[in-house]
Design a protein around this ligand. Structure first.
Ligand SMILES: [Zn+2]
Length: 453
């Protein structure tokens, strides 16, 4: 059966944005994938590279662990499937063929797609919700963090990082340095093209998060030359080389600074005899106290950068329940220190809203979709992240999706319904699909036999 709106009665309760809507965004991704050169010998290629890339994305988008079985069944029964209509997949590929083709696609091709989506968010003014008023132009806070998405003692490829254990055992891993734009007052995040942490040919030393961070920042500046950025990260990044690199790229920084890692800086700070705390108590009875020093040396090294140090404690019933400290190049004042603390504290979102969601909330990030010999593992991560990006945009600014979320008690149940509908009916339009979820009596829709249309 095929879903059709009743022409005389079709008045949806939501507005669809002109450019930042799911149909247009998926269309843009499809266009980007279609533009990637297919280096295979065409005579041997049954499935198009574009179809495989879109199918992988759709699989992550629908959070469907059994690849695209639900659409293959539809294709077998109705000789049509929803990926053709909703994801521009002309010919539905099988999982094994997808793996081989995806393995050969250079992951860098995904960069343009992330940048295209980002540009849509920016031109639609949705990025403004993420701008922090820490400088005259405002800054976009981009914390970066490493995460692992593959770990195995058996499955490996030449790019795998290796970890040797006692009796000659080796664990093979893939990691990535991920950055995302976030804001203390905004639940959603805008993911950016990540930097893989992997071994390359001829390198004797293993790649690491620190080196990947330098590459990530260089690339971020190339991708977004004029974006005013505040880079965040944990204590691993509060050292001279990363700080100098960020400043050379015209980026501000706000990195966690663990006192135990910076004894020289701590000695310097403790030499001040009077260093009073500022404090306030919030409506929940929690006391927040903070103090800072501008222009202190990060370390004893000759070329050590001068940093501004900020320390914060949260107390409940006179007990410290949270403690944080950061270094930044932004001059700390009474008027901006609370904003800096809130910004620094929202770094947890990259772990929680980004990585935990990808790993634990339906995306099956660490599920073994296959590892490949070259790029498969990382390309699956990128497909997952792209799907997550689309979901974040739906939540951030798509009225139809937002209405659907209020009707269903959980995100999980909404997506179950979407998969269920798409496994039974052919639905040609994303917004008909959302509207059908919102229209339980189906007054705005009718089902017609597929043979009659
Ligand atoms: Zn590998």
């Amino acid at each position: 059966m095929r879903l059709k709106p009743r022409a005389e009665n079709y008045h949806p309760t939501f507005k669809v944005k002109k450019n930042l809507n799911l149909t247009a965004l998926i269309g843009q991704i499809s266009k980007g994938f279609a533009a990637i050169e297919d280096k295979r010998r065409q005579t041997h290629s049954r499935y198009k590279q574009h179809d495989v890339m879109m199918a992988a994305l759709s699989c992550m988008f629908f959070q469907e662990p059994s690849w695209l079985q639900f659409q293959h069944e539809l294709q077998d029964n109705l000789h049509d499937n929803n990926l053709t209509h909703l994801f521009h997949v002309n010919q539905l590929p099988k999982e094994s063929q997808c793996r081989d083709i995806l393995d050969n696609i250079d992951s860098e091709h995904y960069r343009g797609i992330f940048n295209t989506l980002f540009e849509q968010v920016r031109t639609d003014k949705q990025l403004e919700a993420f701008r922090s008023p820490l400088t005259a132009t405002g800054l976009f806070y981009v914390p970066m963090d490493g995460t692992q998405y593959h770990s195995s003692k058996k499955v490996s490829c030449p790019s795998c990082l290796t970890k040797k254990h006692g009796k000659g055992d080796v664990t093979y891993q893939h990691q990535v340095l991920q950055g995302a734009i976030m804001h203390p007052d905004c639940r959603q995040v805008i993911p950016l093209m990540p930097e893989p942490i992997l071994n390359s040919d001829g390198e004797k030393k293993q790649d690491c998060e620190h080196n990947a961070a330098k590459r990530f920042l260089t690339q971020l500046r190339q991708d977004h030359p004029r974006l005013p950025l505040l880079i965040g990260g944990d204590g691993l990044f509060s050292d001279g080389p990363i700080i100098q690199h960020a400043r050379a790229l015209n980026m501000h920084y706000l990195f966690t600074c663990k006192p135990g890692d910076h004894s020289y800086l701590m000695e310097w700070l403790n030499a001040y005899d009077k260093w009073p705390w500022q404090q306030h108590t919030d409506e929940k009875g929690k006391t927040h106290r903070y103090r800072w020093r501008n222009q202190v040396p990060l370390s004893a090294q000759k070329d050590a950068p001068q940093v501004n140090y900020l320390e914060y404690e949260m107390l409940k019933d006179n007990t410290i329940v949270y403690r944080g400290s950061w270094v930044t190049d932004i001059e700390i004042t009474l008027s901006n220190c609370w904003r800096l603390i809130q910004t620094g504290r929202c770094r947890w979102k990259i772990e929680n809203e980004c990585f935990n969601t990808l790993k634990n909330q339906g995306y099956h990030l660490t599920h073994n979709f296959g590892h490949g010999k070259q790029h498969l593992s990382h390309n699956m991560y990128l497909s997952t992240l792209l799907a997550f990006f689309l979901h974040q945009l739906l939540e951030l600014c798509d009225e139809a999706y937002q209405q659907c979320r209020t009707v269903f008690c959980s995100k999980k149940s909404l997506w179950e319904r979407i998969r269920q509908l798409l496994s039974l009916f052919i639905i040609d339009d994303w917004y008909w699909l959302f509207d059908w979820c919102l229209d339980p009596k189906h007054t705005r829709f009718t089902l017609v036999d597929i043979a009659t249309v």
